[in-house]
Design a protein around this ligand. Structure first.
Ligand SMILES: [Zn+2]
Length: 189
């Protein structure tokens, strides 16, 4: 999955969770307040970075810097081990300092692995338990490959459109509630 699906759908999922908490507190009325209540729990900027974190680490390392070694854009940060370490450290930080940013990165990473359907490559997901090396794939022209696939395969295209729709409604809500500056400065929506 690509940028818009990862960021948009993760934002949508987190917003639904925040919305569910709102309904439980009987204070929510509609999607605009759900976006607002989301930022009571998390820094939305960090959530968006978290939704792309595995690619932000693995793509430069596995495709560009160490292509000869890995030749794969899904390596260490696409593993369950990475997620567990991140979530564990995040939980510790939350318990000790009441800081949520690392937990938010872990949630973004969890959503990223889900949207990448990473269970289709169990050697990566369960690394290093099914073997110490990662599968090698052809990463030549990786970007243009993805770009053209986008127009051919609906299972790639549709999530991107859904992600874009969620991102656009989030941006609309920011403008509508005059929160653009606040968002960029403090991650509040
Ligand atoms: Zn990925």
């Amino acid at each position: 999955m690509l940028l818009l699906a990862h960021t948009g759908i993760t934002l949508g999922a987190a917003t639904l969770l925040a919305g569910a908490a709102e309904i439980k507190n009987k204070s929510g009325n509609g999607i605009l307040t759900w976006f607002a209540s989301l930022s009571e729990y998390v820094d939305v900027r960090i959530l968006i970075i978290g939704s792309m974190l595995p690619d932000l680490i693995d793509k430069p390392v596995g495709v560009f810097l160490f292509r000869d070694t890995f030749s794969n854009g899904r390596i260490f940060s696409h593993t369950l081990l990475f997620l567990v370490v991140l979530a564990g450290a995040g939980y510790y930080l939350y318990r000790r300092r009441r800081k949520t940013w690392l937990l938010v990165l872990a949630f973004g990473t969890f959503m990223h692995l889900l949207l990448d359907s990473i269970w289709n490559t169990p050697r990566t997901l369960f690394w290093p338990f099914l073997g110490f090396t990662f599968d090698r794939i052809n990463v030549e022209d990786w970007l243009s490959f993805w770009f053209w696939d986008l127009f051919v395969y609906p299972d790639l295209f549709i999530p991107e459109v859904i992600g874009l729709a969620i991102l656009l409604s989030f941006v609309f809500a920011l403008f509508y509630r005059k929160k653009v500056g606040v968002f960029f400065r403090y991650g509040k929506s």
